[in-house]
Every structure is written in structure tokens, then in C-alpha cells.
Design a protein around this ligand. Sequence first.
Ligand code: DAH
Length: 336
Amino acid sequence: MEEKIKELIERAKIESDDIKNESDYLNIKSKYLGKKSELNDFLSELRNMTLDEKKKYGPLLNSVKIELENIFTVKYEESINSKEVINFDPTLPIEYHLGSLHPVTITSNEVTDILANMGFLVLSGPEMDSEYYNFEALNVPKNHPARDMQDTYWLDNGMLLRTQTSAIQVRGMLKYGVPLKICAPGRCFRNEDLDASHENTFFQLEGMVIDKNISIANLIYTMEGMLKNVFKKDLKVRLRPGYFPFTEPGFELDATCTICDGVGCATCKNTGWIELCPCGMIHPKVLKEGGIDPDIYSGFAFGLGLSRLAMMKYQINDIRMFNSGDLRFLEKFNVK
Ligand code: DAH
């Protein structure tokens, strides 16, 4: 039997040189290792052998099986690799597609540059955050109705995908203390029904200033200064009341419509104003959560919708374009 096995392996080696593709590989495997193979015949003979013979030939035949499998697999892999080499033609011209920055990144960089020039520290917080930083620390306890406004992606590990960059507020206070002037751009997530103005993944920029004697006047002055720089236009802002559990008082901030300069047009529905940014004076409970004494310090915060701002800036009418990965759209923003 040993002679026959030797001869079988020799034959298999020679034939394996012909493996050129997957089907050759499968065929030769079936021929040498399948049910009707010589090897299988040898294995069947084991049944009629004595115990001593079984002990000798059993392991031998098993090692032959492994050896044959190796021979075929190595040849098959060689055939794949050699094909790759043949398919690569280094003389073909190569088209270089240089990437460009995403419109939201461009907008984010512009706004953070402006804020950094105004003395803000630029921070980034985690996209996967705890219920504490995203809600509870912001005076939104469990069962608070305000949670309904932010349909949240809960994760199996008990964390969540942050629904707002406001999650950075208490983190920032605890880490840097007072006086504090920070901003934090970042991606946020909400389980929204998608349409032209709603996405489940969008960008915000949080800003926060805390010191002694910070008032609404400081908020207005700062926002006006920032927006004038963003839109490179002289514009006015106005505040309307708005409700956020982490502000007291809270506002919706409008700015002069940048399309018609306040005269009235379709974009601003003839009001001359566009809604730009929710903001407010930081709630005393939130300051306390951040280890700051609300009797001594006060502050304001704002949550600028970066995706919306980029839409206004570049006149993009469908927010879904941002995450579409559509190169025809992205290539228009060829700013490096
Ligand atoms: N985080 C709020 C939201 O996404 C927006 C916001 C409102 C941020 C008021 C603030 C603020 O910092 O003071 O709806």
C-alpha cells in the first residue's frame, strides 16, 4: 500500500500543476479526495484490516489526505496570485481623484476659526455618550417630556448616540472650570423620519461662555459678532422666547435674512428674519451639575445647526445630500 500511496501523491503533484482556476481546484479535489477517489478506496480497506494494521494505516492515510489538500490549496492560491500580477498593467494611465473637504466640514472649520479668534477653546466630545451627559446633567431627567423631542438611538451597552452637542456642556465645566469659553462642533443622531430638512445624522456646534456677570447682552453681542463673520455681512439679531430645560431663560435667535438683507423674500417668508440658532442663559441646575456656583457665576450657551448653516451658505435644498456619498454633489465643494 505504501508504494501505491507514494505513486498517488506523485501523480497528484504533477496534475496539480494544471490548476488554473477555482473549478480546476474543485475538480482535482473531488478526484483525489472525494467519495470515488483512490484514497477513499484505501480508507474503505481499513475495515478489513487487523487492529495492528489499522493503527498503522489509519494515521498514514489521514496524513496523506492532509498532504493532498495542502498540495491543491497551495497551487490554487498560486494561480490566483499570478493572475493578479498579470492583470496589473503598470503602463496604463492613472487618474488621480483628489478628495476635497465636505461642505459641513468647511462650514464647521470656518465657524470654529471665528470663535477661536474670539477666545473660545475648541473641544470635541464623544458621539457615543451617556444618558447622564446627554440628558440628566442638562436638567432633562427620565420621563421628562422634552425627551420626546429627541428620538434617541439607545445602544445595547446602555449608552446612546448623542442627540445634541449640548452633551459637552457639563463635561466642559467639570474639566476646565470657570471662567469658561468653549465651542464644540460635532455629529449628532436622532431617529428622524427622513425628508429634505430632516436627517438621522446631522451636525451642530455648541458654544458656551461662563463667568461672573455674564448677561443676555453678552449673548447678543457674541452671536451678532460671530454671525457677521460667518455671513460676511452686517446683520442684526433678535431673540424670541424658546423653551429648553437647560436654559433659563431660553431663546430662539433670528438674524436678518441674508438673502434679502431684511427686506422680505420667499426664504424668510417676507418677515425679513431667519431662524438661526437656539440659545439661552444656562440653567442654574446645569451650572451646579458642572460644579459651578450659580450664585456667583452665570453663562450663556447656543446650539448652532451646522448642517442647516451649510445648507444656507451653499444653497443646498436637501439635507440628505450631505450623507449621500454622491460624488457629483461633493465634487462641487472643491476647497482643499
Ligand atoms: N441642544 C438643543 C437642541 O439640539 C439646542 C440648544 C438650545 C443648545 C439652547 C443650547 C441652548 O446650548 O442654550 O435642540
